[in-house]
Design a protein around this ligand. Sequence first.
Ligand code: GUN
Length: 315
Amino acid sequence: MTARILNGNAIRDQIYTELQTEITALGARGIQPGLAAVLVGDNPASKLYVNSKIAACAKLGLASFLITPPATISTEELLAIVADLNRRDDVDGILVQMPLPKQIDSKRILDTVDPSKDVDGFHPENVGRLVAGRPKLVACTPAGVMEILRRSGIPIEGANAVVMGRSDIVGKPMALLLLHANATVTICHSKTRALAETVRRADIVVAAMGRAAMVTPDYIRPGATVIDVGQNVVNSAADAERIFAKFPEKIEAFRKKGSVLVGDVHPDVVETAGAFTPVPGGVGPLTIAMLMSNTVRAASLRRLHLAAEAAHAER
Ligand code: GUN
């Protein structure tokens, strides 16, 4: 038996249809949500991600503002850009694409983003709200994984969930969201002993370590749901042929392009899992969908709150 494919593109389209209704309703009140993206330097992967985010804004009718300072920018200069975006009324969401160049104090930058505009959910106030079970703006990738699980009817309550990876962007918030949905959560990382054995107890595995094809079928309990957050570029023919030995169309794609994308989950897991997210076309589309959702949410919260305050002042 082969696993059910959890189609991220289809779930994204569902979410966009729902968001479109909210965006139209805001438009009727004269509000167009706006997202500002700060892309420092010219890291090709970051450029690709930011361009997809801007394209999603255009598709949904959100305003977008792209700010592209040079890689040589100082922390102080970048702080000034963020402070300006904090003040602008046409900017509802601010995202500073990570990673930032070495000379930049990333923590200071993230701490400076107005928490009510922090559509990445990286500000300590939003992280704290998530920990406390009173979330407002939640990190996009883990929020997207929850949408995939919920909208695919995967039971979470009481399930054993194993999160592989403990990053601030994915692993930690992922574990908290699963915990709040009443899963029994284990977080594994590079120092975890008996890793395969631990992951094999999971009903739900979220792989987010950033290691190409590391999760092989022997990690997976037959029938488990496997969510693959990894996006690794394979550049060597030998690696591509080894990983995709059973997938000739992927090897063919590698020959044409000179590279192929692989998740943190080995493609052979399709033979063991009950359900899984493909790479590409699984979690990726949801990350952007949740960024759009957070931007619309931030616009509603901030601008309707401001409107309520203005009405109060008039009285
Ligand atoms: N770099 C990798 N993932 C992300 C993300 O979700 N947001 C931002 N801003 N940078 C990232």
